[in-house]
Design a protein around this ligand. Structure first.
Ligand SMILES: *Cc1c(COP(=O)(O)O)cnc(C)c1O
Length: 365
């Protein structure tokens, strides 16, 4: 059986360090907003080449807090990709603003900069590029459009820790950015966690206040904030894992390149395609085929687990009925939803397993 994902190898590599860290954690004086979190915030800011990192409870909260710091509220519009994970749209809705969907490019699956300007209205305040599946968006073009229309950019960097556009790291372009450390992300905690990154010290101060009940001085509340603090144990785990991230990313990239070599020209498969000057950290390895459902079933009979990211785009979710979209509103996102298939990709997956998966895909076609 080849699972879609496994923690086995990463956990084995750091098991002893985790046990030592847990002993320290138990004996620590602070379980909330303590030394492990401030260490991690410094380490992650250094890794992401930004001035400030603020640890929060999860990726959805990171997006929501970033938008609240920018003052986004009812009446505002926020541009999000039509093919993203629903969290991006939900964070916008939670502020009272409206998510406005823009289609991705056909081959990179990332926001198409050419389609952003036509979606901008007098209510537009923010663009949220999502570095989907681990590939950096075309950030030069996106920042240029944002500058021209005086909009903010909030990167959703949940899937792309360490990816680069034109040599610069994702999560360091936008005015204030969000990421997730959900366990299966490239940098994942052993539970929920997330962070906001920014080079603006005022935004950083506001985010740190907002995540802690809107309070920077105990029992004095400046704004109506939330309780969304990255806890000390998850911060300790992330401090350990961050040291391995570069090596783990290289392993993912090597496995992805092996897939790309072996699946060249097989059936009607469309392979991942990198934009000029973009790198991918391959959070997911996503192929497309018109025979997606049959291929997925066939691979299951060969003991290979696959998943679909994502089967229903946000505008067609029951949760977003209120926006009133019909099928056909965002054809690229809808086509992706019916043709994409994510193959197993994780640290510890073996070359001979990738070869086996590709052989079975060739057999299917
Ligand atoms: C995982 C993810 C999120 C949300 O992160 P959580 O920590 O699960 O709240 C947001 N956006 C994208 C693109 C994601 O993949």
């Amino acid at each position: 059986m080849i699972p879609f994902f496994s923690f086995e190898d990463t956990n084995r590599q750091i098991r002893q360090e985790l046990i030592e860290a847990f002993k320290k954690f138990i004996d620590a004086k602070n379980y909330i907003l303590g030394a492990s979190l401030s260490d991690f915030e410094q380490n992650y800011a250094h890794f992401n080449q930004v001035q400030h990192c603020i640890g929060v409870g999860n990726g959805l909260d990171a997006l929501y807090i970033a938008l609240k710091v920018l003052g986004i509220s009812a009446g505002d519009e926020v541009i999000v990709p039509s093919n993203t994970y629903i969290a991006t749209a939900l964070a916008v809705s939670h502020t009272g603003a409206i998510p406005v969907f823009v289609e991705p490019r056909n081959l990179t699956y990332n926001l198409n900069p050419d389609l952003i300007e036509p979606a901008i209205t007098s209510h537009t305040k923010v663009i949220i590029p999502v570095h989907l599946y681990g590939q950096a968006c075309e950030m030069d073009a996106i920042m240029h459009i944002a500058g021209k229309h005086k909009l903010f950019v909030v990167e959703d960097n949940a899937q792309a820790h360490g990816a680069q556009y034109h040599g610069k790291l994702t999560g360091s372009f936008g005015h204030i950015n969000a990421t997730s450390f959900y366990p299966t992300k490239n940098l994942g905690a052993l539970g929920d966690a997330g962070a906001v990154t920014t080079n603006d010290s005022e935004f950083a101060r506001k985010a740190a206040t907002f995540r802690n009940y809107g309070s920077s001085r105990r029992y004095y509340n400046e704004v109506q904030g939330v309780n969304s603090r990255l806890d000390e144990w998850q911060a300790a785990v992330l401090n350990i894992k961050l040291n391995y991230l570069q090596a783990w990313t290289k392993e993912r990239q090597a496995l992805a390149n092996q897939y790309i070599d072996l699946l060249q020209g097989v059936g009607d498969i469309i392979l991942p395609h990198l934009a000029d000057r973009a790198t991918s950290v391959y959070h997911l390895f996503v192929i497309r085929t018109g025979r997606r459902d049959a291929l997925q079933q066939y691979l299951q009979t060969k003991n290979i687990s696959t998943l679909i990211h994502y089967p229903v785009p946000p505008h067609l979710q029951e949760a977003y009925q209120e926006l009133g979209y019909q099928k056909g509103a965002y054809p690229i996102a809808e086509d992706m939803a019916s043709t994409c298939l994510s193959l197993p990709l994780y640290v510890g997956l073996q070359e001979n397993q990738v070869a086996y998966i590709c052989d079975q895909i060739k057999n299917f076609f």
